[in-house]
Ligand binder design. Sequence first.
Ligand code: UDX
Length: 439
Amino acid sequence: MRVAMIGTGYVGLVTGVCFSDFGHEVTCVDIDADKVAMLNRGEVPIFEPGLDALMATNTEAGRLHFTTDLTSAVKNADAVFIGVGTPSRRGDGYADLQFVYGAAEQIADALDGYTVVVLKSTVPVGTNREVLRRIKARRPDAECDVASNPEFLREGAAIEDFMRPDRVVVGSESDRAREVMRELYRPLSLRETPIVNTTLESAELIKYAANAFLAIKIGFINEVADLCENVGADVQDVAKGIGLDGRIGSKFLHPGPGYGGSCFPKDTLALARTAEEAGAPTRLVEAVVQINDARKRKMATKIVDACGGSVSGKRIGVLGVTFKPNTDDMRDSPSLVILPRLLDLGAEVTAYDPQGRREGEEMMPGVKWADGPYDVCQEADALVLLTEWNEFRALDLRRIADMMRTSVLVDLRNVYRPHEAARAGLAYTSIGRKPSAPS
Ligand code: UDX
């Protein structure tokens, strides 16, 4: 089929490339001419493992194109995906839909022949219906339907999540649109991937409810971790013990410095606002937003405590600043709260991240940057492991202890075990476990 993808960000680009790999003819559209030029040179503007190779293969096969010309892309398409950003609106946390509605109006003007307009962006309940209303108002003659097709892509695993999803969710009011969507995802039906056909509103809410539930699961295990610290329990064992219950599941029970990223923070806020407005407030979601925000600040205190109560004049090395490994994305990363706080308290902070330096330098002035994990340990008073990149999982802890001025390791992702850190000569603080002194 012929697909137009409006927006080439984390979601739009991955979706467009993967649809072309299904054999569809895909034209990705962006208003940013520089970004389109970069894509046409075969360069990928985001860090997503495997995306460059997949993009090259399908561009060479002549199935994948990049343009700023929305009109021509839409005219020839059977399905037009809206994959533009829906950031939190400054101040009130509502989803900012200006880019969605802007794209919808341009699409309306370009429609030619029956077309399904598919909302891939995460949008509040009711947005699909509003988009259809706006298109019909602008083009009463247009033959089109809308479909809600939310994404469940994790950054760093987005291609895997697209190619092997747990399910595809399609919200629609028309059999014809549902048939187009089934055809688009046909390669997945060969793998018997369930397609959940439902209404527009239910599909929109599935996306928010899924992300909010995952965020609540993280908030829950983080609070349990704090309790473990106060009662002498080990959160890793507690997480394992509850996760083996099939009704709970072991995923998303890793305690840490709080969740970040381009989705959980904004989607939990947007859901809470929508629910409030609809007269059915989601108190649990509201609580996890507060818990998560407070947690990031609390991690700075944890580091100060591990340094004996003050970091003034102390040198702190930081491993990882992105919100999770295998991404260059810094949006709402815990580092954006923790590192500036340490600087405010008089510390000298040096960070290393395999992909986060470019954005980190802009977003955290005052932080020094190193080129490798051991460079941040030189003469440091504390080392903080903040993002669990694989290259931080087998560091030579004894070498690190020998390089540091005072050998304190604060492991905010529980990558290491207390006894191995102690054996290497490190005073070790982690999440949900008792601190350990050097042995
Ligand atoms: C998330 C959802 O997983 C995905 O389905 C949705 O489409 C987009 O939002 P993403 O934000 O890319 O994906 O990353 P994810 O792997 O979900 O992690 C989100 C945050 O939660 C990260 O900051 C991560 O460090 C944190 N996290 C995740 C935990 O703290 N503990 C966990 O057990 C899992």
